[in-house]
Write a protein that binds this ligand. Sequence first.
Ligand code: PLP
Length: 303
Amino acid sequence: MAESIAFIDDEFVPVSEAKISIMEPTFTKSDVVYDTLSSRKGYIFRLDDHMRRFEASYRAMQLAPPYATDDIRRITAECIMRSGYGDTCVTLMATRGPFIDLADRDIRKCRNGLMAVCVPYYWVLGKDKQTSGVNMVITENQRVPAGAIDARVKNFNWMDLTRGLLEAYEKGGDSALLCTPDGFLSEGPGFNIWLAKDGRLFTPRGNLLEGVTRRSVFDLAQELGVETSEKPLSPEDLRGADEAFTSTTAGGITPITQVDGKTLGNGAPGILTTRLTDEYWRRRDAGWCGTRPEEVLQDRDVA
Ligand code: PLP
């Protein structure tokens, strides 16, 4: 029977058995970085890109997980294989870990750890929104400035994103798009954003996570001969766009059909959005940028 699997304290266990101490800065200070990747039809998507971003994140926070990158690749693959799920999301976490002596709160002396969790594939904005599109609220709550938290380091310091999401729900929206303190579009809780105008694609530049799916949209657009540009974008740019969509590991490409409750474009998923979505999933199904977990595990025998 398929079940969600975690890797913690050097062991693979059912998710319900994966627990950490309430004393750990991992929990009390969100002192942990992470990465989320996905597998579909037996292929892990862009494994090396996720590994590179994960490593950049933990290095930025002076975390040293007790496993080398190759081991983390195998742990990822093994979580997927053990789970028995066809399509999965796997979250890797590099933790500050427990204090060795509770009387000594020097975080440099914590025992850094590595955790992983594999669950059935999920759609962060809801699968039904693939067809209806989302009502995106541009929130009053701002994205934290880069000088405080570098959003390129994938982190759980989500107070700004969570406040934005609560604001969006209160305003009747499906999700939130936060702006930087100087008023430009950044990203939302779990996704990057794109807009299309006159057949060209635009995505914000600034303090945001450089999404692996965002990278994939750049690649797909290039192959489809669609011009892309990364630049500061204002809320007005989005309101005046022909179409818009989000990109994320957990849900791929999702159309935005309303902004602040007002119809965007013609109110239906856009032509370019639909083309990119179809292409994204068609390629994913065919193993595009994919690595089989079995292959990753075989590498162990060679090493
Ligand atoms: N931005 C934020 C804040 C995210 O949390 C995520 C994914 O979790 C993304 C963007 C999308 O990144 P990716 O495409 O790598 O999943």
